[in-house]
Design a protein around this ligand. Sequence first.
Ligand code: SF4
Length: 253
Amino acid sequence: MTPPKTVAVVGFKNSGKTRAVEALVAELTKRGYRVGTLKHTAKNIALDTPGKDTARHRDAGAKATAILHHNAAAIFIDDHVKVGDAVKTLGDLDILVVEGFKTLDTHARLLVPREDEDIEKLRNGLEIAAVKIPGSRFSGDTDLPVVNLADAEALADIVEEKVYPMLPGVNCRGCGYDGCRSLGEAILGGEAEAKQCVRNRVEFTLRVNDEPVPLGGFVQRAFKGMLVGFLRSLKGGGNPRRVEIAFEVEDDE
Ligand code: SF4
């Protein structure tokens, strides 16, 4: 599954990030997009209600706990979760809005500065606009497009125009660029397309023990050609569109 188009809303503490996320999500949803959000917190906050059934399951040692209602669900995972894996659990989305994760450079970002000096601190080459929050000390003095929080339509217009699918962040250089951020900069500059990321294309992926194995384009094409040829020779394998193969290797093999 190709990751959703993604934009991060980044800023320092109490800058107004959540207000910007709210405005953006509401406007994109109004436009018919299926929007998801992902939030980072550095605090060790309580994610569950002490004494409730799910909390009791977790207290008993469950590493993963789900609670399902007919139109809502929550999943608790008591372990480190990578951003890419968390995105997969959010399902099929058109646009993902990430709050925080300042160090990630796999997607475009909106800056929410408290003051002018914040702009340079928040830039990483993937910024598409700055959001001016009412009451902030940010003067608007920047070369970036500046959007007032109240103008959610302008904010959504920029996001619609600029954002691209979240890149994998593995910096394999398979796209011909130095890493994911470099490809992102080229996409935003109109010099490249997100489909140049060989990892997102799902043309051919190989995972061993659940970890992706980097493969160059030549090896991918060789594997794919061999397997497709073999599949077409099988009864029932004549018209392959998406192929998944998984097997376990015994110690003595
Ligand atoms: S091919 Fe994809 S994962 Fe590899 S560096 Fe380029 S953008 Fe990143």
